[in-house]
Design a protein around this ligand. Sequence first.
Ligand code: UDX
Length: 438
Amino acid sequence: MKIGIIGTGYVGLVHGAVMADFGIEVICADIDKQKIDKLNKGEVPIYEPGLKELLQKVNDRIQFTTDLEYTVENSEAIFIAVGTPQAEDGSADLTYVFQAAESIGKHMNGYKVIVNKSTVPVGTGKRVKEIIKKQLENKDVNYDFDVVSNPEFLREGKAIKDSQLPDRIIIGCESEKAKEIMKKIYDVLYLKETPFLFTNIETAETIKYAANAFLAVKISYINEMALLCEKVGADVQEVAKAMGMDGRISSKFLNAGPGFGGSCFPKDTRAIYDTALKNSEEMMVIKGAIEANEKQKRKMAEKIISIMETVSNKTIGILGLSFKPETDDMREAPSINIIRELVQKGARIKTFCPGAMKEARPIFSDINEHIQYCKDEYEAVKDAHAVVIITEWNQFRGMNLQRTKKLMKDNYMFDLRNIHAKDKSVYELFQYYGVGKG
Ligand code: UDX
């Protein structure tokens, strides 16, 4: 079995490495020559735990190229794993998906299965099919092909494990021939008794958005509950724990925080809301989750400013910039909103993040004069009036609170992930504020 993967971002690269580990010959293609050159030198362009090691291990079964013709000609199945960034109107921008489909059609030399792994709105599979058909007509050939939707559910930071041991594999396809090829590709998972769901393309495309939007709703729900808890003297962590004891609810994704970020939830919630609007439906629950998330991010800075009375000329130590731990990704990270708001109100920022220091500088290019990037958490809190924990890196869970207090000028601690909430000493050392701890 030989497969091609177009797009070497998080999804494409991780999928390629894991498939190669499963014994498949993989060709990873990208139009970005710099990226391919790096990969051919053994460098990994993204930060994902375990990926570098896995790519080294499967080195003789994986190739990296910018040659799409070679990729298509030599692959039985071709996965499209390119980016689908958010367009200005909130919809998913499908330019790269359609470009990939065009290249596939142009270079096809026989029967192929074209697998959509990028997160794409319902109906994209059909459009990919039309584009390929048109390319084949242009070449005046009549090769048979199938389009399959096989959405990816991996989480950043846990991408390898999520791909090696997924909760489920969703395959939307219209032909038995394609179904058999997909089963063959995922043979290892089939043998491991991973649940498989075979359905039509439109349903598979919808599943991905439905799952992500539901998780986003869950987070916004607990975040709004946290705001109420603060007002009425309740504890959101206890509320979430008790809610999670109901098997119908489950305890996962009920951690209150500064709002969800990342490359998926913000983009996917807006995209499915847009798809519904285009189909004359307004998804009120998802709209609510999006708006509650914006509000949550705003509320964090508001709370800090109101408790400290003013942040003007105050030094704030910010710990954690990435949207979650174990990643360098800052896309839609709540840290961006919080830092911008604090700087706007006159604060000086000192910050440290174990993953995203390099990413942060260009994001804050217009306000970098107010930000000091520090070598660790202790340098970031030195002479600070307040420390704000935005991302729950383990390093911050384990930080020495006594030492932190001694280094600071004043003793405000805003723990936006409640990582120290259960430590009694934190209340003695700091003016401590968690999220939803009334
Ligand atoms: C998510 C989905 O989990 C994954 O299945 C999909 O393929 C891509 O989108 P990811 O974006 O990597 O994965 O991050 P995830 O761990 O789901 O967290 C998303 C955001 O929600 C983060 O900002 C995180 O901090 C926040 N979150 C998550 C909470 O605030 N509370 C929670 O209880 C869980």
